[in-house]
Design a protein around this ligand. Structure first.
Ligand SMILES: NC(=O)c1ccc[n+]([C@@H]2O[C@H](COP(=O)([O-])OP(=O)(O)OC[C@H]3O[C@@H](n4cnc5c(N)ncnc54)[C@H](OP(=O)(O)O)[C@@H]3O)[C@@H](O)[C@H]2O)c1
Length: 115
């Protein structure tokens, strides 16, 4: 069993994490393309890490409106598959949201279907 597995290598969040956790394993698009959720889950199951952070995302918000299927695969289906793989292994999964959606207001947990 290895340590921390991070999806994303070149992005802003991944590079900040690399500075904080240089021993973590960072996997880029070449090893795990989030358009293939099953492959991402399989990588987790094979690596058996201690915890997983997803720092990869479809962040081109304007393009996401015309390329909705890719955005859905990368931002919804792949993190869901990662979360299920982590739950199966009993390890923590951290998915970073965005303050474009969750702005820090309120004092109650958000429902998944909250507007
Ligand atoms: N940056 C912030 O201050 C901030 C704040 C709050 C939340 N967040 C959240 O943190 C997450 C990451 O944000 P970021 O700012 O680091 O974004 P970013 O700089 O745009 O990086 C996105 C990363 O995702 C990877 N990626 C995109 N599509 C992929 C795919 N199909 N398969 C594999 N990897 C793919 C990119 O790889 P390539 O380089 O190969 O394209 C890149 O490494 C997002 O969910 C964002 O909403 C960020």
């Amino acid at each position: 069993m290895q340590g921390l597995l991070v999806f994303g290598r070149t992005g802003q969040v991944a590079r900040e994490l690399a500075a904080l956790a240089p021993d973590a394993t960072f996997v880029g698009r070449d090893r795990a393309n989030l358009t293939d959720p099953a492959a991402c889950a399989a990588l987790i199951r094979a690596a058996r890490p201690r915890a997983v952070i997803n720092a990869a995302a479809y962040t081109a918000v304007d393009r996401a409106e015309t390329d909705a299927e890719t955005a859905r695969l990368v931002n919804a289906e792949a993190p869901a598959a990662m979360a299920r793989a982590c739950a199966d292994l009993g390890i923590p999964f951290l998915h970073i949201s965005t303050d474009y959606v969750f702005d820090g207001s309120g004092d109650q947990p958000r429902a998944e279907d909250a507007p």
